[in-house]
Design a protein around this ligand. Structure first.
Ligand code: 5GP
Length: 208
């Protein structure tokens, strides 16, 4: 061969990454850790009717809205997916996701397992990642350490974990979040992102 042309032209295909898993699995800690490590990804702030917990910042952790406002967004088709989780509504705004993908930026959604199922149906090319602690004991420890849920609420969340684990086959990847090994989980997440960008046949990400 004599030419100096590029052998394999690569276009950058943005990824729609969906991080899901039981409440208390460490999704928020992992996202924070990825931010510290400098992963360039667009994180969509989701909308909820749940009241803020101490320390949560509106617009950073969630956009906190009334039930009426949530209903207005849902009825107006402005939510990519939505779900009722433990009595409160949660939803992912569609427009910021569409804009980020159009800019060629990878997008990260943090949703519960129902939300992951909805995104999979809407966009089969999404990359679904399930995050879980290694054991049930560890999950209970984390839910209790958070001190934001009542014992009844902790019991309710645990009950739901069993259903959530049953949804595992729908996911593409699973990351086990071991205690004090968050960096390892973050490195695994980054490895998934790297590998997905190296696919010969990129996944097609299209939202209606
Ligand atoms: P928390 O109230 O503990 O912040 O969240 C409860 C659950 O709702 C978590 O599993 C969280 O991932 C999920 N969640 C947060 N935002 C969204 C969203 O926009 N859509 C869906 N489907 N679930 C969400």
């Amino acid at each position: 061969m004599t030419g100096s042309g590029v052998l394999i032209p690569r276009e950058r295909n943005p990824l729609l990454l969906v991080l899901s898993g039981p409440s208390g699995s460490g999704k928020d800690s992992l996202i924070e850790c990825l931010g510290r490590r400098g992963l360039d990804i667009f994180r969509v702030v989701t909308v909820t009717t749940r009241p803020p917990r101490p320390g949560e910042i509106p617009g950073r952790d969630y956009v906190f809205v009334s039930t009426e406002e949530f209903e207005r967004l849902r009825a107006g088709g402005q939510l990519l997916e939505y779900a009722q989780v433990y009595g409160h509504w949660y939803g992912t705004p569609k427009e910021p996701v569409r804009q980020a993908l159009a800019r060629g930026q990878d997008v990260l959604l943090r949703v519960d397992v129902q939300g992951a199922r909805a995104v999979r149906q809407l966009c089969p090319g999404a990359v679904l990642i399930f995050l879980t602690p290694p054991t049930e004991e560890e999950l209970v420890r984390r839910l209790k350490a958070r001190r934001t849920e009542s014992p009844a609420e902790v019991a309710r969340r645990l009950q739901k974990v069993r259903e959530e684990l049953a949804a595992l086959p729908m996911f593409d990847y699973v990351i086990i979040n071991y205690p004090d090994r968050l960096e390892e989980a973050a490195a695994q997440f980054e490895a998934i992102v790297t590998a997905e960008h190296l696919r010969v046949n990129p996944r097609r990400v299209c939202l209606d």
